[in-house]
Design a protein around this ligand. Structure first.
Ligand SMILES: Cc1cc2nc3c(=O)[nH]c(=O)nc-3n(C[C@H](O)[C@H](O)[C@H](O)COP(=O)(O)OP(=O)(O)OC[C@H]3O[C@@H](n4cnc5c(N)ncnc54)[C@H](O)[C@@H]3O)c2cc1C
Length: 373
């Protein structure tokens, strides 16, 4: 059996979904193939934080891309919600990054030199005046008032309903076994359920993306980085902001739970939550939110981020391989960068001018010895 569409996307995580959305809206027929259920890997394990301002502080040279994706996020999710009638539980209450020591305060204040004007240093008294359940031992915090969050599980539900509604084909439980190649041109994907032919094939398979390029002798350095999370309940804990501190963070959800995380472990494709990992997250967060020690458990889980050597994604074509695009390796910022990634890949396929320069995210950047040294 073979099926034909203009674009085949390998991977139905948030990145594959956002590419499918951008293409389908342009009238381009596409098929999304996933080895399991739609959005059941990193994308729904995620914390759902949209922290462009905090990310910009750490990745100042990529400010334009983070800022653009931030600006796209709300209209993008509103459109999804309109199609699906499923709210993504977007909340924009800002984030505090708290510090405890003089050295941490010095580093935090120095980082503000690159920050947008809205990002500022707040004294402990100012932070505690706003969020009294934060530890009184803090020295202060950087405030990122424009940072927000959404609920990744509801984002996935919303996406699935919206994509089906606009006519995109989602093929679940169908692992891609390899690319279809003829004379240096990729023309689709091979699965046990048949061949899926396409003019454009997009690798958006998260932490599993590098396997497809082995036949080309092309190394795409993407590896799994496990993150463990837990959700707790505490009716007496009052928190409006997401709070990040040394080694962990806590996110208040609209259903009254608090999400706590998160570890960064390079332990292969094992995504089981462990006592050690969860205790590590708990201990970090209980230092700045002491009340979490009285909370009750709601849930634990873990997921595999698609890690890369520089923490930045791979977005674009690979020279010498026609018909193929890569959109993978979004590491800690896949939810944040999903709108811009979908848009840029769709623009590459339709040969529109790109809305942002993504040259720094070239899939072959580690093949050029001068690029990163
Ligand atoms: C604990 C945790 C917390 C995080 N917090 C945040 C956050 O707060 N903010 C943020 O922006 N990002 C966050 N991230 C990162 C973000 O979740 C990821 O960058 C993003 O989900 C990557 O999306 P993806 O679609 O590339 O990968 P995935 O969601 O992993 O999707 C890849 C898909 O490809 C499919 N696939 C793999 N192999 C095959 C195959 N052979 N055939 C067919 N399909 C295949 C998989 O089944 C999967 O559905 C977090 C991640 C984790 C794990």
């Amino acid at each position: 059996m073979s099926t034909r569409s203009t674009a085949v996307i390998i991977g139905g995580g948030i990145i594959g979904a956002s590419i499918a959305w951008a293409l389908t809206k342009r009238g381009i027929d596409c098929t999304v193939l996933d080895k399991g259920a739609f959005c059941a890997e990193a994308s729904t394990a995620s914390a759902g934080m949209l922290c462009p301002q905090a990310e910009m502080l750490d990745n100042v040279q990529h400010l334009q891309v983070f800022a653009k994706s931030q600006a796209m996020h709300r209209p993008w999710t509103e459109e999804l919600e309109q199609q699906s009638q499923i709210p993504v539980q977007y909340i924009q209450e800002g984030m505090y990054r708290v510090v405890f020591t003089e050295a941490e305060e010095r580093t935090a204040r120095a980082a503000l030199a690159h920050a947008p004007a809205t990002v500022e240093w707040l004294s402990a008294a100012e932070v505690l005046g706003d969020e009294p359940d934060i530890s009184h031992d803090i020295r202060g915090a950087i405030s990122f008032p424009l940072d927000g969050q959404l609920h990744p599980v509801y984002l996935a539900k919303s996406f699935k309903a919206a994509l089906i509604r606009v006519g995109c084909k989602l093929v679940e439980w169908t692992p891609v076994l390899g690319l279809l190649v003829n004379g240096g041109r990729v023309y689709g994907a091979r699965t046990a359920a048949g061949e899926f032919h396409a003019d454009y094939t997009v690798i958006a398979s998260g932490a599993w993306s590098s396997q497809f390029l082995a036949p080309f002798d092309f190394s795409l350095p993407i590896f799994p980085v496990k993150g463990q999370m837990l959700a707790v309940r505490h009716p007496g804990l009052s928190l409006r902001h997401t709070v990040q501190g040394p080694g962990g963070m806590i996110i208040p959800r609209s259903d009254g739970t608090f999400t706590i995380g998160v570890t960064h472990e390079e332990t292969g494709y094992d995504k089981r939550a462990t006592v050690e990992g969860l205790v590590q997250s708990y201990q970090s967060v209980s230092r700045f939110i002491p009340k979490v020690s009285e909370a009750t458990f709601a849930k634990t889980w873990a997921g595999l981020r698609p890690g890369t050597p520089d923490g930045l994604p791979f977005i674009g074509p690979i020279a010498g391989i026609e018909g193929l695009l890569v959109a993978a390796g979004h590491y800690t910022v896949g939810i944040l960068l999903a709108p811009i990634t979908g848009e840029v890949i769709a623009q590459m396929i339709t040969q529109e001018p790109l809305c942002v320069d993504v040259d720094a995210f070239r899939p072959d950047r580690f093949h050029d010895a001068t690029a990163y040294h």
